[in-house]
Design a protein around this ligand. Structure first.
Ligand code: ARG
Length: 458
């Protein structure tokens, strides 16, 4: 059987490929954060008050220089993770050892790869979640702008998909915007829980040397270290499932939005027209303009949920401490985040370019849509509601059409078609954007200081 020598032992080739799995490719996305995590760890080692020193100040500088070099290579796709490395962690150690000799062999003092992958994924999640929030706020803004533009365009409000009451395009669009803003609150919550530094747990149980976990956490710009070192490892998988849970909330909103678009752009409705460049044609039917983007968003909501459930299932029976099963969560995690982001990004310009057919929306009103309004008019004249309800129900065929534009003008209370507070949507979206800006600034400042270069690297 062919064997391969790795940094951590000789292993059968097939076993190496099987156990490394997709890490060699997926870890490409973790090179930068892995180097940043190592920079913090080595800096902390250099500050430890032990004699002899584990790492001297000069050694720290050399390691950081090596790490900055790797970050630069990675930016240009030049840093290679080999199968014999198994993953990014050992690829970085191998490279530093090639460059710095024995010094490279010191960087793993007081830590394990479990520490590294846990911190890498949290740093990765941090950046991804900030991007998600930014993209979600942009989509909420696009929906709000669409709603504002068509604030007084009437639209039949439906329940059970059947015509119900007079509503407006503004109400429809901002319902989705508000849903997305609530999703941002869920994402911020996930962000806050993710924002804890797991470094210093070693294999899960701590080390018999006085490492400073608060310092590594501060150096990396985390809000705090996780407390229990065993939970630092047990938290892997749980953090991913939590983040993916937030992503699937976003996808729930997007899927329903996409579904509405598919319905209301059907020729039978023709309320909205998607921009032509967001539709695809057919290979046989020359007339086709299909809403594939919306269909795929709907389908991707299932995939993101599947990723969340996949991670959940991987860990739910996983015993305490690190288990290799966790490695399988990485792909689901990265895919779930990337998919959510892609959906957010594709829908924003689609909404901005969507046309509204006011006449078709007005034509959609039949007299029965005003039945409740008639009943409430009778209530206004003093009739008890149930009597008014029956009176209208018995005379449905005699109802005349009210001008739907006028009908919605009367719905002015809080959150109703003409009672929408546009400042409410703006301030919630602005708060999300502000939080992203602050978090990014704090993180970039911490990493710039740690690496002694301007971060992010251009
Ligand atoms: N690639 C591994 C993972 O994602 C890194 C940690 C390996 N740790 C270990 N104890 N074998 O889980």
């Amino acid at each position: 059987m062919a064997k391969q020598k790795t940094t951590v032992g000789t292993i059968d080739n097939e076993v190496l490929a099987f156990t490394a799995g997709r890490d060699v490719e997926l870890d490409q996305a973790l090179i930068e954060v892995d180097c940043i995590g190592t920079a913090a760890h080595v800096t902390m080692l250099s500050k430890m008050k032990v004699e002899p020193k584990l790492i001297t100040e000069d050694e720290r500088r050399q390691v950081i220089e090596g790490l900055v070099g790797i970050i630069g290579q990675a930016k240009h796709g030049k840093f290679k993770i080999k199968l014999a490395d198994q993953d990014v962690h050992l690829a970085v150690e191998r490279t530093l050892t090639q460059q710095l000799g024995d010094l490279g062999k010191k960087i793993h003092t007081c830590r394990s790869r479990n520490d590294q992958v846990a911190v890498d994924l949290r740093l990765f999640a941090k950046q991804e979640l900030l991007a998600v929030l930014e993209e979600a706020a942009a989509l909420a803004d696009a929906l709000t702008a669409f709603g504002k533009k068509h604030e007084d365009v009437p639209m039949v409000g439906r329940t059970h998909m059947q015509p119900g009451m007079p509503s407006s395009v503004g109400l429809w669009a901002t319902a989705h915007a508000e849903s997305l803003l609530d999703d941002c609150a869920v994402v911020l919550n996930a962000f806050e829980l993710n924002d804890q530094c797991p470094l210093g747990s070693a294999a899960s149980y701590g080390v018999p040397l006085p490492i400073d976990r608060q310092l590594t956490s501060d150096l990396l710009g985390f809000s705090r270290p996780t407390h229990n070192v065993l939970y630092a490892n047990n938290g892997r998988g749980k953090m991913e499932s939590l983040v993916l849970g937030a992503m699937s909330q976003i996808m729930l909103t997007l899927s329903r939005l996409a579904q509405d678009f598919m319905l209301f752009t059907m020729p039978e409705f023709d309320y909205f027209k998607l921009p032509a460049e967001f539709c695809t044609g057919s290979s046989i039917m020359p007339q086709k303009q299909n809403p594939d983007v919306c269909e795929l968003v709907r389908a991707k909501a299932s995939r993101v949920k599947a990723a969340e459930l996949g991670v959940y299932d991987l860990i739910k029976n996983s015993p305490t401490g690190y288990n290799r099963d966790l490695q399988e969560a990485k792909e689901l995690f990265m895919e779930g985040l990337a998919t959510t982001r892609a959906c957010l990004r594709i829908l924003t310009p689609m909404i901005a370019g969507t046309k509204v057919n006011k006449q078709k929306l007005i034509d959609g009103f039949s007299p029965d849509v005003f039945a409740t309004d008639y009943a409430l008019e009778l209530v206004g004249q003093g009739m008890p509601f149930r009597d008014a309800y029956h009176k209208v129900k018995e005379n449905l065929h005699e109802l005349s059409t009210i001008d739907p534009v006028e009908a919605i003008q009367k719905k002015t209370h809080l959150g109703a078609p003409l009672g929408l507070d546009w400042g409410y949507f703006k301030s919630r979206s602005d708060a999300v954007k502000e939080a992203v800006k602050e978090e990014r600034k704090g993180f970039n400042r911490a990493v710039s200081k740690l690496l002694g270069i301007k971060y992010p690297v251009e």
